[in-house]
Design a binder for this molecule. Structure first.
Ligand code: ADP
Length: 474
């Protein structure tokens, strides 16, 4: 098949979260299955820096009387990379969505409408393209442009996080150049405004999200983010396909960020990575204290506001240690910074984004904590599984689909699972994990279970291709 992926971030060129990991890995996995695969993305400064050699292939008009160019290069795994060069819209360093104060760029609708428009234009220009696969709201207008153009190319849209929808005011619609008749309740109109996400949900042939449980959860008002009725209407076309892990990047046996190199058959060297991490962070070097790691965007979604209160007593009693790497909401950054200041021997916090350090935490910690209020799939728990860094997760979305909670009667457990979003429930599960950590044979059994689970991309890549086949040429 000929497949065009469209997304606003792609690892290793630019990344703010799991979306980039997925669009960095899924196309290559599909290429490995023998398909022709390309990825279209905006040309931010980071992309020009990291993408290697790019050759111009076309030029066209962009909104506001601007001109844009399209360039072609290669991603790993023999995937074609297509980059839109429009300096006024994309030539801004740093985060692809926000300024340095974390405020969304006011012209994001122009920036990402152009992405959708170019995607649809490519499907016309290269009619052999059978499926346009758009990811998250930034690419959400692509299926609408396809429909408006009447192009015979199927569209699949993946919801990586329903909470971000790209909602804009009525008067900001005209510039899209989309037909007035799309501005309806069964089109992209959304409570008097319009949204990229609603456009995608209305105009895509198939809709997927990144885990089976999240696919069910978003049909209910609690997690449907005001789109549950639209999703229920499209229910027959909604599928949950669990994300995979790129084990070329996330493998404790070969990870260059680690000192040791360990595997399910050779666990002992992991202790070295823990010691090195404790040392680097200035924590007490104490093998017997369970080291909890967090690598995360700091948002309410992730449930991290519960952590300081739930864990401080355990830190103060020398029962556990905590290392957090993340950035985001100011109040959360402050709460963790203050916790580290109060518990310097057992808590360290690094604010910011750091790939290498993320690997060192996932390699060196004993557990990875993901207490999310909702979690479409979640990737850090999957990395934790492969690294024998047992996930402690709330039972929601992809966390529920990937971690089997331990109790003395479960066989094949791979981590710790709790249900209620509360400080008390979190504290209870932390205590259970600590008690299990002290029982070394049991803990090592859980590590081996976790490390042997296979969440590679091959299965998901094929599941998407099967889905494409069901919508192509419909
Ligand atoms: P989300 O997409 O909601 O942020 P995921 O768990 O799906 O959550 O993906 C998060 C990805 O971003 C993982 O690859 C994780 O390692 C990475 N990540 C998050 N925060 C940081 C950070 N501060 N530094 C480095 N990597 C991070």
């Amino acid at each position: 098949m000929w497949i065009l992926h469209v997304a606003a971030e792609v690892h290793p060129l630019i990344k703010t979260g799991g979306l980039a990991d997925v669009v960095g890995a899924l196309p290559a996995a599909q290429r490995a299955l023998g398909h022709e695969v390309a990825v279209l993305m905006p040309g931010y400064p980071a992309v020009w820096k990291k993408a290697g050699k790019l050759e111009p292939i076309d030029e066209f008009d962009a909104p506001g009387g601007r001109r844009a160019r399209l360039l072609r290069g290669k991603l790993a795994g023999d995937v074609d990379l297509l980059v839109i060069d429009q300096h006024e819209l994309y030539g801004r360093p740093g985060n692809p969505y926000t300024d340095s104060d974390g405020r969304g760029w006011p012209d994001n609708h122009l920036r990402f409408a152009l992405l959708g428009r170019v995607a649809a234009w490519l499907c016309r220009r290269f009619p052999q393209t059978e499926v346009l696969h758009a990811h998250d709201w930034h690419a959400g207008l692509a299926p609408a442009y396809l429909r408006a153009d009447g192009t015979r190319c199927a569209s699949c849209f993946t919801i990586h996080n329903l909470a971000y929808q790209g909602v804009y005011a009525h008067w900001e619609y005209a510039f899209t150049g989309l037909p007035e008749k799309f501005y309806r309740f069964d089109g992209l109109e959304f409570h008097g405004n319009w949204s990229f996400m609603k456009a995608a949900l209305s105009f895509s042939d198939a809709i997927t999200t990144v885990s089976p449980t999240y696919a069910r959860e978003i049909l209910r008002p609690e997690l449907g983010m005001n789109l549950d009725s639209v999703l229920n209407y499209r229910r027959a076309d909604l599928h949950g396909i669990l994300n995979g892990v790129d084990y070329a990047i996330w493998n404790p046996a070969t990870d260059v960020a680690l000192n040791s190199g360990y595997s399910a058959d050779r666990l002992a060297p992991k202790a070295e990575d823990k010691r090195a991490l404790q040392q680097a962070l200035g924590l007490d070097v104490a093998a017997e204290r369970m080291l909890v790691g967090i690598v995360s965007r700091l948002t309410v979604q992730k449930g991290l506001d519960l952590v300081p209160q739930a864990i401080e007593g355990l830190l103060a009693a020398d029962e556990a240690q905590l290392v957090l790497l993340g950035s985001g909401a100011h109040d959360l950054e402050q709460a963790f910074t203050e916790l580290a200041a109060r518990q310097p021997r057992n808590c360290a916090v690094r604010l910011g984004y750091d790939e290498d350090f993320a690997h060192r935490i996932i390699g060196g910690a004993d557990t990875i904590l993901v207490p999310s209020r909702f979690e479409p799939c979640g990737l850090t728990q999957l990395y934790g599984l492969r690294y024998g860094t047992l996930p402690i997760v709330r039972k929601t979305g992809g966390l529920a689909d990937t971690v089997t909670g331990y109790n003395p009667k479960t066989r094949g457990a791979t981590g710790f699972v709790f249900e209620t979003t509360s400080v008390l429930a979190l504290q209870r599960i932390l205590k259970r994990a600590i008690a299990t950590y002290r029982d070394t044979p049991t803990w090592q059994g859980l590590m081996r279970n976790a490390m042997r689970r296979d969440f590679g991309w091959q299965r998901a890549a094929q599941a998407y291709v099967d889905l494409y086949a069901s919508i192509a040429g419909r």
